[in-house]
Design a protein around this ligand. Structure first.
Ligand SMILES: [Zn+2]
Length: 471
């Protein structure tokens, strides 16, 4: 039996995080009432002229630098002609021979996947099929996209999923895409073929269109591998076609035979001159590329975080920046900061697009963590103080003082309290000496109660163990 190798290449359409469309001033707000963000340009009226959005071009270039692409000093917009109800002009403005970014790579989990290109194009409108009707919402028509095309370097569905997660994280960190899959701002088409292991000739490929979750990409590819393998094993031929993912049935379904690229009759758009960028601007944008996820993760792991911590805190760039800002402001070691942020703060951070709504400013949280690291308060008290900080907006030191939560670190006073508790509970002391060591938890609770929560639980336990062992 032949062993088959899977060959996967991905095309991602990432919406550039601009306020307005690629060639007109219409807003790109998601969820607006249908056909309220339109004008003669994005509706394709004859004679309406496109004007490139400078911000979209800047974001495309920033993405190019973050991806390690060669950014073209001169690129060109081209018309990709086809007929569809959601494309009133009869063509989509894209880039063909001279894309804004060529080459580049995405690195993840020790793998590097090369890119063909990352070019600018406008989105088509959105058709919704309701019974026998088709409704078209032109709000999305003309929204700026960066199409990032990988080489066919991926070898498994799991690898494809990991690539997509890494690419999304990178684009979000570079501030060019909000990573919102539900709203369609990060969409993926997957090309997949099989070939006998060891062959260097590609098999006929199938394109799976617009899968809108990482998990579905993996499932769609797994299902497509099984389908193609069955076709090939039985001596059949895989047809070149476009398929869609049927989520309910868990299979891909044929949509249409694949048009050849030549059918689109690409040609330079006569309404748009060559896009020429000056060297100084390019250099400035290159210099402004922030630290990227892979480098950030390596730095965090070096500082003592686990890879799991780094994954959780790096999920959203604003959360990552928040964590870094807290670490920079506190004397607490990064691993402990990571634990506290994950346990107590992360659940209270709301994210919207590329922004995060944090419950306490980094400096304020650092103030609390310093009290914790310096043993002024213990963990339980820190949680309580954090809640008060969020509710009242006061700083940690003020609240610790007001609530009388400063720890009792006087060893003699503590020992006296421990002795008092032991004296008051002779039955439990006997139990402990008979081997029921779990009873120590009861003693700790009693001492904590007597100290009204001010004693350091760790010191209490140590003192208890010492006194119980010694008497
Ligand atoms: Zn418009």
């Amino acid at each position: 039996m032949t062993t088959w190798e899977t060959v996967i290449g991905l095309e991602v359409h990432a919406q550039l995080a601009t306020r307005t469309k690629l060639f007109c001033g219409c807003e790109t707000t998601y969820g607006a009432a249908p056909n309220t963000q339109v004008c003669p340009v994005c509706l394709g009226y004859p004679g309406a002229l496109p004007v490139p959005n400078a911000r979209a071009i800047e974001l495309a270039v920033r993405a190019g630098f973050a991806l390690g692409s060669t950014v073209s000093r001169a690129s060109r917009f081209a018309r990709k002609s086809y007929f569809y109800p959601d494309l009133p002009k009869g063509y989509q403005i894209s880039q063909m021979e001279l894309p804004i970014n060529e080459g580049g790579a995405v690195t993840f989990e020790g793998r590097t996947v090369a890119l063909e290109r990352a070019h600018l194009e406008e989105d088509a409108a959105k058709s919704t099929h309701v019974g026998s009707q088709t409704r078209v919402d032109f709000n999305r028509g003309g929204v700026p996209l960066l199409e990032i095309v990988s080489r066919p370097d991926l070898r498994s569905p799991a690898e494809a999923e990991a690539y997509l997660r890494a690419l999304r994280s990178l684009l979000m960190t570079a501030g060019v895409n909000d990573g919102n899959l539900e709203e369609g701002s990060f969409r993926c088409d997957a090309n997949i073929s099989l070939r006998p292991l060891g062959s260097d000739v590609f098999g006929e490929r199938v394109e799976i269109k617009n899968v809108n979750s990482f998990r579905f990409v993996r499932l769609a590819l797994e299902s497509e591998i099984a389908r193609q393998r069955a076709v090939l094993q039985s001596g059949g031929r895989v047809e070149r076609e476009t398929r869609s993912w049927d989520e309910a049935a868990g299979v891909t379904r044929s949509m249409r035979g694949k048009e050849e690229a030549a059918d689109y009759r690409y040609f330079p758009d006569p309404d748009l001159p060559a896009l020429v960028l000056d060297e100084a601007t390019l250099e400035r944008w290159r210099a402004e590329v922030p630290e990227l996820p892979a480098a950030r993760e390596a730095r965090w792991v070096e500082a003592g975080l686990t890879e799991y911590d780094a994954g959780v805190l790096g999920q959203h760039p604003a959360v990552a920046r928040y964590f870094d800002a807290v670490c920079a402001a506190t004397a607490m070691e990064p691993k402990k900061v990571a634990n506290f942020v994950q346990g107590e703060v992360l659940g209270r951070i709301g994210t919207q697009g590329l922004e995060a709504d944090v419950p306490v400013a980094p400096a304020a949280l650092a103030g609390l963590l310093d009290l914790l690291a310096g043993d002024t308060i213990h963990g339980q008290a820190a949680k309580k103080v954090l809640g008060l900080m969020i509710d009242e907006g006061l700083d940690a030191a003020t609240l610790v003082k007001r609530e009388g939560l400063a720890q009792e670190n006087d060893a003699e006073a503590l020992e006296a309290q421990v002795r008092a508790v032991l004296d008051a509970n002779p039955a439990q002391v006997t139990q402990f000496r008979e081997g029921k060591t779990a009873v120590i938890g009861y003693f700790v609770g009693q001492v904590m109660k007597a100290s009204r929560g001010k004693a350091n639980p760790k010191t209490v336990k140590e003192t208890l163990e010492r006194l119980l062992a010694g008497e």
